[in-house]
Design a protein around this ligand. Structure first.
Ligand code: NAD
Length: 453
C-alpha cells in the first residue's frame, strides 16, 4: 500500500493500492483502444469537449486547491493560483484543434502538402512539486492534438491526478482517453518508458532521472520531452532598482519552499552593492511567514518529506556561510527555514547543485562579462532574471545567458501562451504556448501528382 502524507502534519491522507506493471500495461491498452476514436473526433467537437473540461476544472478549483495544499503543503493561495492556471491551460489548448494547420509547398509536377497528426498513446510522468499544474501542461496539448494518454503522478502526490481523471470523465472526455496510474517509479514509470505501444514520453523531474528516461526510451525510439532541474541565476547589477530586486529575490527562490525548478537559487550581485543588497533582502527573509498552509497569511509551507528535508539541510551543514535565516515551526511537519548563504563562490557545492529547498547562494561578480560567465558556468539552463535600469545592458545580457526562460526586472517564468523549457541539461523540448503542439504531433508530407496520363 502507498501511504499518502500531509507534509505539514505528517498525517496519512489516504492509503492507495500501488499499481503493478500489469496495471501499467492495462492503462496503455485502454489508451490504445481509445486512440482511433479520439483522433477522429471532429476538431470543433474536440475543442468543445476540452472547453467543458476547462469549465469543470474551474468549478472544482477550490476543492482541487485544498487537496493540492493538503498533499504538498503549499500555501492555499498558491494552490488556488495553480488551479486557476490548470483551467486556463485547458481553455488555451481548447482553441487549438482547429488551428493545427499544415503547409502547402510549391513543387514541380504536382501539389505537396503536410498534415499534423497525433502521435498515439503518450505517457506523462510528473514530479511532486506542482503535481496537477505540470500534468496539465502536458495533458492539454496532448489531448488537443488528438493523442490519448497515461499519466503517472509522483508517488508522494497522486491525489489531484486521481481527481482529474474523474473530472475529465464527468466532463465528457471519452473513457480510455485519460488514464492515471499510481505506482512506483521502478515498476510503473519504467514500464511506461519502455512500453512498445507508447509513442512518446513527456517527463518532468530531476536531471538524473531524465537521463534514465532518455536511455529507456531509446529501445523503441520514442519521442521524448524532458523538463529537468535548474540552478538559475538572478543577476543584480549595481544600476538596478535594488529595493525592488531585493524584495523580489526571496520570493523568486523561497516560493513553493524552494521546490521549484525555476527557483533563482543563485543570486549574482555586483560587488559594489553586495552588502547593501543583503541588508535590503534581510527583512523579506526574516519576515517570511512559514507555517500552516491553510492560513491565508502563510507565504511558505513545509518541504515535501523527511528525506527531502534531510537532503536540503545537509547543504547548509556542510560549512556553508549562513548570512540570514528566517524562522520555521517546530514539531510535526517537514519544516525548514528560509536560508541565505553569503558570500558563496560559484565553485561551491551550494552554487553548483540543485538544492531544491529554501536555500539560496549569493555570489559576487565584478562586471557584465563576469556576470555572464558565472551565470553560464553551470550544467543547467532553465530560467533566470536580470535586474538593471539600463535597457541596452538588459538585452545584451539576455542574449548571452544560456537559459530557456528569462525575465528582466521580474522573477516570473511561466505563462500559458509562452514557451517554457530548458537549455543544456535542463531539458529537451518546450511546453506551453503554441510550441508545445510541435511535441505532440508528427508531420506527414503528401505529394499529389497533377501530371496527365
Ligand atoms: P524525480 O525525477 O525523482 O521524479 C519525477 C517523476 O519520475 C516521478 O513521478 C517519479 O516516480 C518518476 N520516476 C523516477 N524515476 C523513474 C524512472 N527510472 N523511470 C520512470 N519514471 C521515474 O523528480 P522529483 O523528485 O519528483 O521532482 C523534483 C525534480 O523535478 C527537481 O530536479 C526539479 O528541478 C525537477 N522539476 C523540473 C521542472 C521543469 O519544468 N524543468 C518542473 C518541476 C520539477
Amino acid at each position: 500500500m502507498l501511504e499518502v502524507l500531509n507534509p505539514a502534519t505528517e498525517e496519512v491522507l489516504k492509503s492507495l493500492e500501488q499499481a503493478t506493471e500489469d496495471d501499467a500495461d492495462a492503462a496503455v491498452a485502454r489508451a490504445k483502444r481509445a486512440f482511433p476514436e479520439w483522433r477522429d473526433v471532429e476538431p470543433a467537437d474536440r475543442s468543445r469537449l476540452l472547453r467543458c473540461l476547462a469549465d469543470a476544472l474551474e468549478s472544482e478549483q477550490e476543492n482541487l486547491a485544498r487537496l493540492e495544499s493538503e498533499n504538498t503543503g503549499k500555501p492555499i493561495g498558491d494552490s488556488r493560483g495553480e488551479m486557476a492556471m490548470v483551467a486556463e491551460t485547458f481553455h488555451y489548448y481548447a482553441g487549438m484543434p482547429e488551428r493545427l494547420l499544415g503547409d502547402t509547398i510549391p513543387v514541380s509536377g504536382g501539389v505537396d502538402f503536410t498534415f499534423r497528426e497525433p502521435l498515439g498513446v503518450v505517457a506523462l510522468i510528473v514530479p511532486w512539486n506542482f503535481p496537477l499544474t505540470i500534468a496539465s501542461w502536458k495533458m492539454a496539448p496532448a489531448l488537443a492534438a488528438g493523442n490519448t494518454l497515461v499519466l503517472k503522478p509522483a508517488e508522494l502526490t497522486p491525489l489531484s491526478a486521481l481527481e482529474f481523471e474523474r473530472i475529465a470523465l464527468e466532463a465528457g472526455i471519452p473513457e480510455g482517453v485519460v488514464n492515471v496510474v499510481v505506482g512506483p517509479r521502478s515498476r510503473v514509470g519504467k514500464r511506461l518508458v519502455e512500453h512498445p505501444d507508447v509513442a512518446k514520453v513527456a517527463f518532468t523531474g530531476s536531471t538524473e532521472v531524465g537521463k534514465d528516461i532518455m536511455a529507456g526510451a531509446a529501445g523503441t525510439i520514442k519521442r521524448v520531452t524532458l523538463e529537468l532541474g535548474g540552478k538559475s541565476a538572478n543577476v543584480v547589477f549595481a544600476d538596478a532598482d535594488l529595493e525592488k530586486a531585493a524584495a523580489s529575490a526571496p520570493v523568486a527562490v523561497f516560493g513553493n519552499a524552494g521546490q521549484d525548478c525555476c527557483a533563482r537559487s543563485r543570486i549574482l550581485v555586483q560587488r559594489g552593492v553586495f552588502d547593501e543588497f543583503l541588508s535590503l533582502m534581510e527583512p523579506a527573509v526574516t519576515g517570511m511567514r512559514v507555517g500552516d498552509p491553510f492560513d491565508e497569511e502563510t507565504e511558505m509551507g513545509p518541504l515535501i518529506s523527511a528525506d527531502h528535508r534531510e537532503k536540503v539541510a545537509a547543504y547548509v551543514l556542510e560549512d556553508a556561510p549562513v548570512a540570514i535565516q528566517g524562522e520555521a515551526p517546530s514539531g510535526a511537519g517537514f519544516w525548514y527555514p528560509p536560508t541565505v548563504l553569503a558570500p558563496v563562490s560559484n565553485e561551491d557545492k551550494a552554487a553548483r547543485e540543485e538544492i531544491f529547498g529554501p536555500v539560496v547562494a549569493v555570489i559576487p561578480f565584478d562586471d557584465e562579462e563576469d556576470a555572464i560567465r558565472q551565470a553560464n558556468d553551470t550544467i543547467y539552463g532553465l530560467s533566470g532574471s536580470i535586474w538593471t535600469e539600463n535597457g541596452a545592458r538588459a538585452l545584451r545580457v539576455a542574449r548571452r545567458i544560456e537559459t530557456g526562460v528569462l525575465s528582466i526586472n521580474s522573477n516570473t517564468s511561466v505563462r500559458v501562451p509562452t514557451p517554457f523549457g530548458g537549455m543544456k541539461q535542463s531539458g529537451v523540448g518546450r511546453e506551453l504556448g503554441p510550441h508545445a503542439l510541435d511535441y505532440y504531433t508528427e508531420i506527414k508530407n503528401v505529394y499529389l501528382s497533377t501530371e496527365e496520363g
